[in-house]
Design a protein around this ligand. Structure first.
Ligand SMILES: *[C@@H]1O[C@H](CO)[C@@H](O)[C@H](O)[C@H]1NC(C)=O
Ligand SMILES: *[C@@H]1O[C@H](CO)[C@@H](O)[C@H](O)[C@H]1NC(C)=O
Ligand SMILES: *[C@@H]1O[C@H](CO)[C@@H](O)[C@H](O)[C@H]1NC(C)=O
Ligand SMILES: *[C@@H]1O[C@H](CO)[C@@H](O)[C@H](O)[C@H]1NC(C)=O
Ligand SMILES: *[C@@H]1O[C@H](CO)[C@@H](O)[C@H](O)[C@H]1NC(C)=O
Length: 927
């Protein structure tokens, strides 16, 4: 036996001995003999007593007259004439009045007497809200802000440790970057507080922390924390302090499975093994304490604990808000069983795409039904999320289950967390609960409802003044207060029509919501109903059509009481206008009549920017077309023609994906997609119908080849200069093979070259290259930039060079270094990037980042118009999502679909698509 093995055996023996010793003592201690207390008795007794204390604020918390986060010198502030959503009465209480902020607290809400105001003297800052909406600060229950920093840099990925599938001892606080570009951006969206969770690559990823987003004088992560647990800087906190809520991240399903090459079975065993350990420590502690508190000290030894496990022990003591990332019924079921086996509560299930299908299961969770934290429409990116439904919030609410909306920042930009609530509201989540889902209810679920999430006397002075009703699309803060400190310096406020101040009217989705449950998340989406040859749309308020390169108004009712009519035959417009104009067509006894109830007909939207049409489920290779070879980074097989091969997206089209059909149903009826690629080289784009069920259907493929696509980005390899060199050679070098053929067409100005580029430096280089090619070819070439986060910097130069931009995303975010010089738009800048580019005469289109987001293009377009404060006309706005996209991406055909919307035009959230009118397919689909 080697020395090492002897030592090993000894240590095992000593563990056995110790364990035996510990348990062997217990029976003796049941005697009633009292022994002399050891020197540590009083601290041990305090510690034992503290184990019984429940987490939460101290008893007299609301007697505080000053916030622990108050910054000396902050002036008292009065917000006058506000329309205040308080969070009270289940989120239904709205008060008109004033709000007084002082010492980091809300000192009063309602009407403040003159004498109270006078008492503050000249120090008081007065803000007239002019009847604007005021809500509590927006609270994000699921963020990685600071830990998964933006722009993403290799040196700052601090949200997933892969050192073990169970690591309750890790703390997101330890990775919190105070220089994340997102802080000011998210504040500009009204976010004041976020729960920063570790990532989801572990079953137990570690402890989470609540932060307020404002910068602090100390400039430290610790100074950003809200009510941090005392153990952040102390191994043995003062047991007399009432414990504060702690937070922990758990994750089920695909993420831990793929990070550890495990199965769900392995992950759940990892959970059970860890919980058993924590549960046993807790039992030993409780047993120890029952003796200590009874004064039976003999042989009791030290308080049993294992430092690594103390946080999980606190979980089984019910003093930690467990936030569990679990999607499917299979995962939720496992965690509900786990909670019952080890008797610990779960604060919230996050993502929980199938929660709405298993409400009774959720109610069986130990300690009460968890809240469900959801995205509104971000779905289907992996199997776990495939059955997610936009109707989940309303369905869960009907079961009395608390629903929160969350960003998972930077997965979604938390600047727009309120947009998640707006979408949920659009699909039927009640107004009061929608606002509460990002304010009061998230505060409660975090265990912070005693101080944030409400506009209430004594609560933290975290408020947002909005430029519209908070559930109106595009609602933007005109001021944000955190701890009573105004966060926006010289905010740019868009003045909105009074209609934006009212609760938005939204369509009825009762039938769709019922079907979501009936079909377990997969309701049939294919369009079954074709109209008769003649379709007559009545009560039409406006008609927009497209010419070769713009949108124009064909008809617009002057008066609500005299609405128009539109007659179509075989998918083509026959007549539109007042009844008298079209009377000769109205007596067709076989016509189908569609009442648009004041709605509109306008050109359909076109999706570009994601692999829509080449994917069903993003993260499932077997459901996707796959990726092209890139001759710049690898050898292309000879059978393909080697380096000169060109791939056509049309050859890989997959029809009938759920994302395509969902987009179709909201009026995004076609897609333009380029071959999926990892780096530089893509191939030929295609334009196709999103409503078709297969390629051979009439009108399924609109144009087989549209434009030639490449990307020039800061991939680590090869360099940007190498990519530009390759592009120059392809354009100016000897033309060979298939790629030679297509680059020749680019050179002759026949086919656009579409380059994904984000950085202004790369875009400038591309403008120079374009001129170089034009001098050589003596032709004007067509070039379009997609992405374009920094394009606004070159608005003038792009306009002069005749280069158009597809902005993707349409509301920018500093994902990576090359995006960071973005133009944020109101309230941080007067112009949005779209307004700036348009005002310089650049043709702009709006892109869709991922396949699920194609369905949100109508919202994106409407938002761009709202944000422009009237500086973009309705026609220009519709063009952003339709004709401009086609023009910029090389679609020549002009027989675009039309969309009929009921109850409003295509830019209004009160409308719903009633029909798609397709002259290409010579038919009208009734939805
Ligand atoms: C809160 O509001 C929701 C939706 O409006 C309603 O269904 C629920 O019953 C209300 N809860 C209470 C306790 O009033
Ligand atoms: C330790 O953290 C607590 C907050 O949990 C804070 O109040 C205290 O000042 C900190 N102590 C030191 C020495 O930094
Ligand atoms: C409409 O389509 C039907 C069936 O394809 C055809 O018989 C009819 O002639 C068409 N009508 C017009 C006006 O094109
Ligand atoms: C409809 O009415 C117009 C005159 O108003 C007439 O010319 C036409 O023949 C009628 N069509 C049918 C199908 O009755
Ligand atoms: C719209 O244009 C006007 C006049 O150029 C300008 O004053 C205003 O600030 C612009 N609004 C936005 C939101 O850009």
């Amino acid at each position: 036996m080697s020395q090492l093995r002897i030592l090993g055996a000894l240590s095992i023996l000593s563990i056995l001995f110790f364990t035996f010793h510990l348990f062997a003592q217990v029976p003796h201690l049941t005697s009633t003999v009292h022994h002399h207390p050891p020197p540590h008795a009083s601290s041990t007794i305090a510690r034992c007593e503290s184990l019984r204390a429940e987490a939460g604020p101290p008893k007299h918390f609301h007697k505080r007259s000053k916030s622990d986060r108050f910054v000396g010198g902050t002036k008292p502030l009065l917000v006058q004439r506000a329309r205040i959503w308080t969070g009270g009465k289940n989120g239904t209480e709205v008060i008109s009045g004033d709000i007084l902020l002082d010492k980091g607290l809300i000192k009063s809400v309602g009407h403040l007497g003159r004498s109270a105001i006078a008492a503050y003297g000249d120090d008081l800052v007065v803000i007239d809200a002019k009847n604007a909406w005021v809500t509590p600060g927006i609270i994000d229950i699921h963020s990685h802000l600071g830990d998964a920093s933006s722009p993403a840099l290799d040196g700052a990925e601090d949200d997933n440790s892969l050192k073990g599938i169970v690591q309750p001892w890790l703390r997101s606080l330890d990775g919190l970057n105070t220089h994340d570009d997102s802080y000011p951006l998210s504040i500009a969206g009204g976010v004041t507080t976020s729960l920063v969770l570790p990532g989801s690559d572990n079953a137990i990823g570690g402890q989470a922390f609540v932060i307020k987003l404002r910068s602090t004088a100390e400039r430290t992560p610790t100074s950003m924390l809200l009510e941090p647990p005392y153990n952040i800087n102390s191994s043995f906190p003062d047991p007399n302090l009432p414990p504060r809520w702690r937070h922990m991240k758990h994750a089920c399903g695909e993420n831990p499975s793929s990070a550890y090459q495990d199965t769900r079975m392995d992950t759940n065993w990892a959970f059970r093994e860890a919980y058993k350990k924590a549960f046993d420590i807790k039992q030993r502690q409780d047993e120890y304490c029952s003796h200590a508190l009874a004064g039976k000290w003999k042989g009791l030894g030290q308080f049993p604990e294992e430092y690594q496990w103390e946080a999980l022990v606190d979980v089984v003591r019910g003093r930690v808000k467990v936030n569990a990332h679990c999607y499917e019924a299979v995962d939720l079921d496992a965690l509900v069983r786990l909670s019952n086996e080890f008797k610990f509560p779960i604060a919230a299930f996050h993502h929980a795409s199938e929660a709405y299908l298993v409400p009774d299961l959720l109610k069986k969770t130990y300690g009460g039904t968890p809240a469900i934290a959801l995205f509104a429409t971000n779905s289907r990116y992996k199997r776990e999320a495939y059955r997610a439904s936009e109707f989940a919030p309303r369905i869960l609410a009907q079961h009395g289950i608390k629903v929160l909306m969350k960003s998972d920042h930077p997965v979604l930009n938390s600047r727009y967390l309120l947009y998640e609530a707006q979408q949920a509201y659009y699909y039927g989540f009640p107004e009061n609960l929608a606002i509460a889902s990002v304010t009061s209810n998230s505060a409660e679920v975090m265990g912070m409802g005693h101080r944030i999430g409400y506009v209430k006397e004594g609560w933290d002075a975290d408020l947002v003044i909005w430029d519209s009703h908070p559930l109106a699309l595009g609602a933007t803060p005109s001021q944000v207060f955190i701890d009573g400190i105004p966060q926006l310096k010289d905010p740019h406020v868009v003045h909105k029509r009074s209609a934006f101040q009212d609760t938005p009217k939204v369509p009825n989705f009762d039938k769709e919501a019922d079907e979501a449950v009936k079909y377990q998340g997969l309701p049939p989406l294919a369009v079954k109903k074709r109209s008769t040859p003649t379709t007559i749309f009545t009560n039409v308020k406006s008609v927009f059509t497209r010419s070769s390169d713009a949108i124009q108004t064909l008809f617009s009712a002057q008066d609500e009481s005299v609405l128009g009519v539109v007659v179509t035959r075989n998918g083509s417009l026959l007549c539109s206008g007042l009844h008298t104009t079209c009377s000769e067509f109205l007596n067709d006894s076989h016509a189908t009549f569609v009442d648009l109830e004041g709605g509109s007909i306008s050109p359909a939207f076109v999706s570009f920017g994601s692999p829509l049409g080449l994917q069903h489920i993003d993260q499932e290779a077997s459901s996707n077309d796959g990726y092209v070879y890139d001759p710049l980074v690898q050898a292309v097989p000879k059978i393909l023609g080697g380096d000169t091969a060109i791939v056509r997206a049309v050859d890989g089209l997959l029809f009938g994906s759920r994302d395509a059909l969902l987009a179709y149903r909201v009026g995004v009826t076609s897609g333009i997609t380029a071959p999926s690629h990892y780096s530089f080289y893509s191939g030929l784009g295609v334009s196709f119908s999103l409503g078709a069920s297969h390629k051979l259907e009439e009108g399924a493929v609109i144009e087989e080849t549209t434009a030639l696509h490449v990307s020039v980005r800061h991939f680590s390899n090869p360099s940007v200069s190498t990519q530009i060199a390759a592009l120059r050679r392809l354009l100016l070098g000897p033309s060979k093979g298939a790629s030679g053929h297509w680059f020749q067409k680019v050179k002759e100005g026949e086919v656009p070259l579409v380059v994904e580029a984000h950085s202004a430096d790369i875009i400038a280089t591309l403008i120079i290259l374009k001129k170089e090619v034009e001098v050589e070819a003596r032709k004007t070439i067509k070039m379009t930039i997609t992405g374009g986060a920094e394009a606004h910097i070159l608005a003038k130069e792009l306009s002069e060079a005749g280069v158009g931009i597809i902005l993707n995303p349409s509301r920018p975010f500093p994902y990576v270094w090359e995006d960071r010089r973005l133009l944020p738009g109101p309230p941080l800048s007067r112009d949005s990037a779209i307004v700036k580019l348009i005002s310089h005469g650049v043709r702009v289109g709006i892109g869709c980042e991922e396949i699920w987001s194609a369905r949100n293009l109508p919202f994106d377009v409407a938002w761009a118009a709202i944000e422009a404060g009237g500086n973009i006309s309705k026609e220009q706005a519709i063009a952003l999502g339709s004709v401009n996209v086609e023009k910029l991406l090389g679609v020549e055909r002009e027989d675009a679909d039309l969309v009929a919307t009921r109850g409003g035009d295509v830019l209004s959230v009160s409308s719903k698509v009633a029909a798609v009118i397709s002259s290409r397919r010579k038919s009208v689909d009734i939805l």
